[in-house]
Design a protein around this ligand. Structure first.
Ligand code: NAD
Ligand code: UGA
Length: 453
């Protein structure tokens, strides 16, 4: 069989960009991305895409109308598919057994049932969502339950793109991971998916494994990445106590090729929809297998991240004479990282909420994320204003907090900002992106992460 029709269920941050790139690189394959959310699909079909991602518009424009379609007709498109990707959300459960830790697999299960009900031939079903190890077993049972006429071969193909660099990550991935059953049918299905990626990914970067290694590797990759951030953040407070500079420490250790230089930037904490939920998921799985020490070990990565966010606010309040009540605090950056409008688990949410508890007047600015900020901060309108213009956000402020590393915040006219602020003027750089000495010379009281003020 050669794959001619691919359907992806879920038109979110992963399904949308990933499948748009598949369509761009494989003009001989029809790619259809389906979703329940009509507004999202309408946006994918418009000039104003539902997510902000550098380079995405050009990819969509190249393929949409040629071999890339966005649709809400889930059933009809599954009936035409040779291969179905499932890229729906797998959030942390908020209810019942495992609430607050386990993954909510409701959406993925529903997809399996929809696929079984609408398939019109044997199908390859690809797990693109991040899932607990051994989820393929559950899918297998649902897909082959009852009077199912067709054979469904399940593959695991986790996605490693990072938001803000999704298109370059997809065009030039470090690796593509494909897991499947190690029998004839499984190996044949793996080969079908290898052939799709081989249209643009060099063979040596396409890694094939058994299903469980692939499912687990995704959780482990995120856990290791997050662990590096928590590790350097744990060192940042020690730097503040000892006059060491965390930037210098990162550089010094990162030059050891065994450690490597990436993911060693101290910050106000990591955010994003996945690190926390995937580690919680890993912790839950370890506990399920009775691996208590292992679960506790990984849980510490999250506890450290929570601590780093609270520590930022504690330091701010402590420095500003132990009260920020009725003081104006400008927050520059609300997205969880630069080059995205996504605010899921953004440390800024936590920081702003804590500042509101202290009755500060918080003015939040962000070039892409104010739409989501409005929802995230609903109920706090008494204390919060949203301001597109960073200069206006800082006008009359007692302190400025930089919480997202947007390029534009590096190049602001800080003299103008300083002149417009109440004195003493404080600046808390939660991303260490501005020149601290220059700001100090302008008159700011400057507090970076992980180095002396
Ligand atoms: P998302 O919330 O942006 O998108 C999921 C989409 O699935 C939504 O549009 C939702 O309407 C749709 N959906 C849910 N149930 C459906 C159903 N039954 N039928 C049709 N559509 C349905 O989520 P996301 O950020 O794209 O993440 C998807 C998965 O990919 C998650 O498992 C996540 O952990 C993983 N992941 C995310 C990233 C990232 O950067 N966001 C990176 C790698 C992996
Ligand atoms: C992360 C992984 O990098 C992707 O490989 C993975 O596919 C994805 O999660 C996922 O599964 O969702 P993402 O969350 O989009 O991608 O962004 P990252 O670049 O990993 O940043 C995550 C958070 O860590 C951000 O808040 C970022 O500011 C923070 N971070 C990152 C630091 O504080 N310091 C660093 O050195 C690096």
């Amino acid at each position: 069989m050669s794959i001619k029709n691919i359907v992806c269920i879920g038109a979110g941050y992963v399904g949308g960009p990933t499948m748009s790139v598949v369509a761009q690189k494989c003009p001989h394959i029809n790619v259809t991305i389906v979703d329940l959310n009509q507004a999202r699909i309408d946006a994918w079909n418009s000039d104003s895409l539902p997510i902000y991602e550098p380079g995405l518009e050009a990819v969509v424009q190249e393929a949409r109308g040629r071999n890339l379609t966005f649709s809400t007709d889930i059933e009809g498109n599954i009936a035409k598919a040779d291969m179905v990707f499932v890229s729906v959300n797998t959030p942390t459960k908020t209810f019942g057994k495992g609430a607050g830790v386990a993954a909510n697999l409701e959406f993925i299960e529903k997809c399996a049932r929809t696929i079984r009900a609408n398939a019109s031939k044997d199908l390859i079903v690809v797990e693109k969502s991040t899932l607990p190890v051994r989820t393929a077993e559950t899918l297998e049972k649902i897909l082959h339950a009852g009077d199912s006429k067709y054979h469904f071969e399940i593959l695991s193909n986790p996605e490693f793109l990072a938001e803000g660099t999704a298109i370059t990550d997809l065009h030039d991935p470090d690796r593509v991971l494909i897991g499947g059953r190690q029998n004839d049918l499984g190996k044949a299905a793996i080969q079908e998916l290898v052939d799709v990626y081989a249209n643009w990914v060099p063979n040596e970067r396409i890694l094939t494994t058994n299903t469980w290694s692939s499912e687990l590797s995704k959780l482990v990759a995120n856990a290791f990445l997050a662990q590096r951030v928590s590790s350097i953040n744990a060192i940042s407070s020690l730097c503040e106590s000892t006059e060491a500079d965390v930037g210098e420490v990162s550089r010094a250790i990162g030059m050891d090729s065994r450690i490597g230089s990436k993911f060693l930037k101290a910050s106000v904490g990591f955010g994003g929809s996945c690190f926390k939920k995937d580690i919680l998921n890993l912790v839950y799985i370890c506990r399920t297998y009775g691996l208590t020490a292992e679960a506790d070990y990984w849980e510490q990565v999250i506890l450290m991240n929570d601590h780093q966010q609270s520590r930022f606010v504690d330091k701010l309040v402590g420095t500003m004479f132990n009260t920020v009540s009725d003081k104006k605090i400008a927050v520059l950056g609300f997205a969880f990282k630069a080059d995205t409008g996504d605010t899921r688990e953004s440390p800024a949410i936590h920081v702003v909420q804590e500042l509101c508890e202290e009755h500060a007047r918080v003015s939040v600015s962000d070039p892409q994320a104010l739409g989501y900020a409005k929802t995230d901060l609903a109920g706090l309108e008494e204390f919060v204003t949203l301001e597109e213009d960073p200069y206006k956000a800082c006008e009359g402020a007692d302190a400025v907090c930089i919480l997202t590393e947007w390029e534009l915040y590096k190049d602001l006219d800080y003299k103008r900002i300083f002149d417009s602020m109440n004195k003493p003027a404080f600046l808390f750089d939660g991303r260490n992106i501005v020149n601290h000495q220059e700001l100090y010379d302008l008159g700011f009281n400057v507090y970076p992460i992980g180095k002396g003020e």
